[in-house]
Structures are given as structure tokens and as C-alpha cells.
Ligand binder design. Structure first.
Ligand code: NAP
Length: 362
């Protein structure tokens, strides 16, 4: 009989995502692990560790601390980063890799800014850096683009990547309510933060799109260079007009890469989409992505784009992948900065046309 090894996991951040991950890891029967390794949660790091521990329901064997050094000095195999934000998350991930841990993160901002160098560091350390949860919640798009679709030459991505915007816009469409009312409802249902500006103005979707462009096209794209238009000024009148034309409005993330000339068009903006298109049918906090390849044509991925339980699915999938083969080294993609970014915001109206035609064709 093969001997059962133990994979020790530390969790950073016991918030919406972290607490859902912890609950799942504490009851291993809740996920199928095709791994001859027992996955055990050993540490939780949170700045309010003492307050949260008592109500956590986690086994007493889990060590709670507000000190990252307690994890770095331990024999933990995998660190899950779920605190969010750029600092200290980026530094903690780097230090975890330097002390020989593999890292799983849900943090799109850190991955968009530092993902390539963190992945290279992981490979140098003989460890893994995985971030499925950073794009699309439970939707396995990172894996699809970085792995399953490498047999194609992807040329275009059209996606709904921000669950909050989608929840707000689909609510406005369904009820005719104002954006303020839709936001209040989304906050009540846990889809929107108190300050939703990063979701509405496209900052969140731009970071996710930059990650997908790196994986799909092999380019090093600064998320800040992606043109963006906010959805925040949309009102019930805009939805009424769209409805009269058989359309609704979604925040779309779009990237189109011409491999012949190495030019990229990339933007995040509100777009009137056909109601019957896959984008029009994506409601609430759902996400959807259509990927176009030169060989396979259209590939679609659809699913829950936000929420603790949904995001935990992606995180646990990454943990299981690492536990399955801890010695595996996943080589980072080679990224180039040798491409031209089309001034999409100027040509935005033109760019919408092929997207609409595309959406209607779905
Ligand atoms: N929520 C989603 O649906 C979703 C979906 C996909 C990806 N993500 C990503 O997942 C990550 C976590 O998101 P979330 O929604 O779970 O956030 P959250 O609810 O705010 O949880 C973050 C947790 O980390 C703790 N924390 C923050 N800074 C810390 C620090 N410096 N030291 C120790 N603990 C710290 C927070 O403590 P306090 O309680 O004191 O604030 C909180 O418990 C983010 O990168 C987010 O983008 C979230």
C-alpha cells in the first residue's frame, strides 16, 4: 500500500474567501482529492486572529496567529494568500516562496503586477505558484488558457470578468432600478463592497484581463495601460434604450491580439449586447469568457465569478494540484514586451462593432 503523506497548508486572511476555504479544508470529505496525501490546515494568519478564532468552528489543532513569521518558520508546504490588496500580500507571497513554500493566491492585483516574477521565483525554488481564483472565481479559465488551450493560438478574449458590475447591471436591467438601488441590493447580498469603484471603473477587470493576456498571448501588459470606461454613469434610461433594440448592457473585457503584426487592442467598457447572446444571459455575479483560437474557434467558459464558496473551489483545486505532485515545477510562460498597444479608447466605438457582431453570432 502506498503510504499517505501529509500536505500542510497555511491560510493568510480569514475573510469571505479565507473562511470558506478553511471550512472546506477542515472537512476533507467535502472535496474529492485524487491525491495520496492528506491535506491538513495547520495555520491561520489574520490581523484579528484572536477575535475570529473563537467563532471559526475550526479544529483546535489549527494554530491562529497575526504573525506571518510563524508560518514562514514552520514546516508548512502550501501558503494560501487570501488577504487581498497589493501590500503586504505581494511581499508575504515572495517570502513564502523564498522559505520553500508553494503559494496559492486569489489576488488579481498582485498577480497582474508581479505574477511573472513570482512564478519565476517559484520555479527557481522548486515550488509552485498558482492563481486560478484570481480570475473568474470558480470558472477554471486560468487553467484552460495556461494549459488546455496551449495547443491553439488564441487571438481574442471577450469576457465578463467582474461579478459586482454584472450583478448591478443585470439587476438594473431586470427591475428598471437606479444604479444606487442596484448597488445597495448587491451589498446586501455580499456581491459589492462599500467602495465599489474598482469594480465599476474597470480596475478589477483590467487586472484580470492583463493576467489573461499574459497567459493567452505571451505578452507583458501593464493593467494600467488597458483602456477603460466606467459603467458608473449608466442609468435606467440607458437600459430602456438598449431593451428597445433587443439588447442589454454589460461590462465587457476585450482583448484582440494580431500575431502577425504583434498589435493588441484591449479595453474594459460598458457594451450593449444582444439579450440572447451568452453575455446578455450572464446575470448576477456570474462570469463568462469566450476565447477565440485560430484552430479551435470559439471556446466558452461560464460560472460563478465571485463569492466565498465559489472562489474556494478554485483555491482548493490549486491546493490539490500541488499536493498531487509536490515535486512538479511548472515553468513560467516567456513574456515579451515587444508588441504595440492600439489606442483603443480612441477607436473604442469601432472596436465595439466586431464585439457586437460576435456576441450576436453566439
Ligand atoms: N470575495 C470574492 O468573491 C472574491 C472572488 C475572487 C477573488 N477574491 C480575492 O480574494 C482575496 C480576499 O478577498 P475577500 O473578499 O475574502 O476579502 P476580505 O473578506 O476582506 O478578507 C480579507 C481578510 O484578510 C484580513 N487581512 C487583511 N489585511 C491583512 C493583514 N495585513 N494581515 C492580516 N490579515 C489581513 C482581513 O482582516 P479584517 O477582517 O480585519 O479586514 C480579512 O479577514 C482578494 O485578493 C480578492 O480579490 C475574492
Amino acid at each position: 500500500m502506498e503510504e499517505m503523506s501529509v500536505t500542510r497548508v497555511a491560510l493568510l486572511g480569514f475573510g469571505t474567501v479565507g473562511s470558506a476555504v478553511a471550512r472546506r479544508l477542515a472537512s476533507p470529505a467535502s472535496f474529492v482529492s485524487p491525491v495520496s496525501s492528506e491535506i491538513t490546515l495547520t495555520h491561520v494568519v489574520d490581523r484579528r486572529a484572536r477575535v475570529k478564532q473563537s467563532a471559526s468552528g475550526l479544529p483546535s489543532s489549527v494554530l491562529w496567529t497575526d504573525q506571518i513569521d510563524d508560518v514562514l518558520a514552520s514546516d508548512v508546504d502550501i501558503v494560501i494568500e487570501a488577504i487581498g490588496g497589493v501590500a503586504p500580500a505581494g511581499e508575504w507571497i515572495r517570502r513564502a516562496l523564498l522559505t520553500g513554500k508553494s503559494v496559492v493566491t486569489a489576488n488579481k492585483q498582485v498577480v497582474a503586477r508581479e505574477g511573472a516574477s513570482l512564478w519565476r521565483l517559484a520555479a527557481r525554488q522548486g515550488r509552485q505558484f498558482r492563481f486560478e481564483a484570481a480570475v473568474g472565481g470558480a470558472m477554471p479559465i486560468v487553467r484552460a488558457v495556461a494549459d488546455g488551450l496551449t495547443g491553439d493560438s488564441l487571438t481574442r478574449i471577450v469576457a465578463v470578468l467582474n461579478g459586482t458590475s454584472n450583478a448591478v447591471l443585470s439587476q438594473m436591467d431586470a427591475t428598471g432600478c437606479s444604479m444606487a438601488a442596484a448597488l445597495a441590493d448587491s451589498r446586501r447580498r455580499g456581491f459589492a463592497e462599500n467602495d465599489p469603484s474598482a469594480d465599476l471603473d474597470g480596475t478589477d477587470a483590467r487586472a484580470k484581463l492583463a493576467i489573461l493576456c499574459a497567459l493567452a498571448f505571451g505578452i507583458r501588459l501593464d493593467a494600467n495601460d488597458i483602456a477603460a470606461r466606467s459603467v458608473s454613469s449608466l442609468g435606467s434610461d440607458d437600459f430602456a434604450v438598449a431593451r428597445r433594440n433587443g439588447r442589454t448592457i454589460r461590462q465587457l473585457a476585450f482583448a484582440d491580439f494580431d500575431r502577425g503584426t504583434s498589435t493588441l487592442g484591449a479595453w474594459v467598457a460598458p457594451v450593449a449586447v444582444d439579450r440572447d447572446s451568452i453575455f446578455g444571459r450572464t446575470v448576477g455575479a456570474q462570469n463568462v469568457a469566450l476565447l477565440i483560437g485560430e484552430h479551435a474557434g470559439e471556446i466558452g467558459i461560464f460560472g460563478a465569478g465571485a463569492g466565498g464558496d465559489a472562489t474556494a473551489v478554485a483555491i482548493i483545486g490549486d491546493v490539490v494540484s500541488i499536493a498531487r505532485d509536490r515535486a512538479a515545477i511548472v515553468p513560467p510562460p516567456r513574456l515579451t514586451s515587444a508588441f504595440t498597444l492600439r489606442p483603443s479608447i480612441d477607436s473604442f466605438e469601432d472596436a465595439v462593432v466586431p464585439t457586437l457582431a460576435f456576441a450576436e453570432a453566439v
